[in-house]
Ligand binder design. Structure first.
Ligand code: NAD
Length: 297
């Protein structure tokens, strides 16, 4: 069993850290918000009073933070006095946050220069998958670090991929979530078009599921209310995966495209539609509520 420092105990980090405790690891946690500590403490984790205090002598440091600026500040600090300066090659560092690929590369390169194994390891799967330990991890870093990372990520997820070098995990995540936005909008558009011609969305869904329009949004997350009992659409678009998070991820995907000088017209259109949907006051609703935006057009 390993010793682990887990930093960032929000909607995702909390249940992920709990799964590590449940798997028998010795886990020390930290979050800026003390209210987040109690749950982990009662699950059996130790609580540190700072990020720096949590990492002493651990095998792994894992972070699950909101954005790139938090990750950069945590690891690099103001003048390279962040967590990396407290570690050596005996610790493997995994950042599971969804952040810009540039920050992931910068932190990865800084760690490498110090002889520390770092891997950007963003996840696919929301809060339910974090709690169930069924997340998918997309990792960017060297092969040796990936082998170390796998040993601990396996206790929080079921699919663990090595996408390539530092930053590649974030690029993979950006590609996936851009595609998710596109097929959710496309699925909503097709269902609404059929419904306006009097087709039953449930029957149309069945037809497309057995045809070449089949995709994840249609298969497990149908955006039309009443078609799939367990989907957010049938529960008032309660998230699920919030529009706010989709807007964040599409912004990251746009930066990934721009970083390669790549024009991504479908991704840009998806970003624009989700931006408008967010501005219309839907940020805290499930991202499949984009159907309602199309219905209002
Ligand atoms: P959250 O806002 O619920 O949690 C973030 C936590 O980090 C908070 O508890 C906050 O207090 C803490 N924090 C912020 N800065 C800190 C610092 N410097 N040191 C210590 N703690 C700090 O967010 P979340 O939903 O758990 O998401 C975390 C990451 O996972 C994000 O990058 C998000 O994009 C990604 N993600 C979220 C989901 C989802 O469905 N929620 C799915 C996939 C990926």
């Amino acid at each position: 069993m390993a010793t682990v420092a887990f930093i960032g105990l929000g909607n995702m980090g909390g249940p992920m850290a709990k799964n590590l405790v449940g798997a028998g690891h010795s886990v020390t946690v930290f979050d800026l918000v003390p209210e987040a500590w109690a749950d982990l403490e009662s699950a059996g984790a130790s609580v540190a009073d700072s990020a720096a205090a949590s990492v002493t002598g651990v095998d792994y440091v894992i972070t699950m933070l909101p954005a790139g600026k938090h990750v950069r500040a945590t690891y690099l600090g103001e003048n390279n006095d962040g967590l990396l300066s407290l570690l050596d090659g005996s610790t493997t560092v995994l950042d599971c946050s969804t952040i810009d690929a540039e920050t992931a590369r910068d932190v990865g390169l800084a760690a490498k220069a110090m002889g520390i194994g770092f891997m950007d390891s963003p996840v696919s799967g929301g809060v339910a998958a974090a709690a169930a330990g069924t997340l998918a991890f997309m990792c960017g870093g060297d092969a040796e670090t990936f082998e170390q990372a796998r040993l601990i990520l396996a206790d929080m997820g079921k699919n663990i991929f090595h996408a390539g070098p530092a930053g590649a995990g974030q690029v993979a995540k950006g590609c996936n979530n851009m595609l998710l936005a596109i097929h959710m909008i496309g699925t909503s558009e097709a269902l609404e078009m059929g419904a306006r011609h009097g087709l039953d969305p449930a029957v149309l869904s069945e037809i497309m599921l057995a045809s070449s329009g089949r995709n994840w949004s249609l298969e497990v997350y149908n955006p039309y209310p009443g078609v799939m009992e367990t989907a957010p659409a049938s529960n008032g678009y309660k998230p699920g995966f919030m529009v706010d998070l989709m807007v964040k991820d599409l912004g990251l995907a746009m930066a990934i495209a721009a970083g390669a000088g790549f024009d991504n017209p479908m991704g840009q259109l998806a970003r624009d539609l989700y931006d408008e949907h967010q501005k219309d006051g839907n940020g805290a609703r499930d991202f499949s509520s984009i159907l309602e935006k199309l219905q209002a057009e």
